[in-house]
Design a protein around this ligand. Structure first.
Ligand code: GUN
Length: 297
């Protein structure tokens, strides 16, 4: 039987509906959650992601501003802007879209964001809190993966989750979320990477397989067990002259082959991507509640 397709679009619409209601309640109490987004240079993928984040903010009622700097902006100028945003009470969340141009030290920039306004949960203080089981906000993409699983009826609790990829953005924080002794987590988690031996053997033992290595169509049908649940975090832009833009998005799994074998799978696009943006809204709203002491309930 062909797999159930786990639509991130549908699940994010559901979550956005809940967030919109929450924002309406906060606004009635005089609080409008605010998000500042900083982008440097003209990378088309980054521009498109930030535009999407702005649109989604509008949809759920979050106030957002995007600050765009030219690609040759100095690190000092960027750090000065972050210092200004840290102090601005309109903004409860701040994000700097990555990657940054090479002349800017990414770590210094992330460290400059006030952890309480760190909407991405990239700041080392927030990453550390997550790892010790006392999270403030959760990182957006891994949190989106967890929400897809829970809301589709595939809770990771007690399951063997195999994550392929150990990035700071996805693999590592997803590991940290899913090993928590909490409802919707409590999984046995294996993280595979380029140094992993017997990769096929490990991926085939997964009840839930998360592909997050950034390699187009890497996970083939012979790497998954029948009945597994597969979440594809990959967003690879591959050239395709038949499309208007000249490229198309593909994930880290061989989706067409896998969907004949697995229980459920997320598509790319329309899987994890929309959830990332939605969880950013979640974080901005939660950060606004924490910073002001005003809550929706
Ligand atoms: N670049 C790719 N994904 C992300 C993300 O989730 N947040 C930021 N700030 N930059 C990114």
């Amino acid at each position: 039987m062909p797999a159930k397709i786990l639509s991130g679009r549908e699940i994010s619409a559901e979550v956005r509906g809940e967030l919109k209601e929450k924002v309406e309640k906060l606004k009635a109490k005089g609080l409008t959650p605010g998000l500042a987004m900083v982008r440097v240079g003209e990378d088309p993928a980054s521009a498109s992601y930030v535009k999407q984040k702005g649109k989604t903010s509008e949809e759920v009622g979050v106030y957002s501003e995007t600050i765009v700097f030219p690609g040759d902006t100095s690190e000092e100028v960027l750090l000065a802007k972050i210092a200004e945003l840290n102090k601005d009470p309109k903004f409860h969340g701040i994000l700097v879209q990555l990657p940054l141009p090479k002349h800017i030290n990414q770590d210094r920039v992330i460290n400059a964001i006030d952890p309480i306004k760190d909407a991405d949960c990239f700041h080392p203080v927030n990453v550390g809190k997550l790892l010790i089981g006392k999270p403030y906000l959760l990182p957006c993409t891994p949190h989106g993966v967890q929400q897809i699983l829970i809301r589709s009826g595939y809770s990771p609790e007690g399951k063997h989750v195999v994550i392929c990829g150990r990035s700071n953005l996805n693999g590592k924080p997803l590991f940290a979320i899913l090993i928590q002794k909490k409802t919707g987590a409590n999984a046995t988690v294996t993280v595979c990477h380029t140094g992993t031996k017997n990769l096929h053997e490990i991926t085939r033992s997964a009840d839930i397989l998360v592909a997050a290595m950034g390699s187009p169509k890497f996970i083939k049908a012979d790497m998954v067990k029948e009945g597994a649940v597969v979440v594809d975090v990959g967003v690879n832009r591959i050239q395709d002259p038949t499309t208007k833009s000249g490229f198309r998005l593909t994930g880290d799994t061989d989706f067409e082959a896998l969907k004949e074998k697995v229980e459920a799978i997320t598509p790319v696009p329309g899987g994890v991507g929309p959830m990332t943006v939605t969880m950013l809204m979640w974080n901005t709203i939660m950060a606004a509640e924490v910073q002001t002491g005003i809550t929706a309930e």
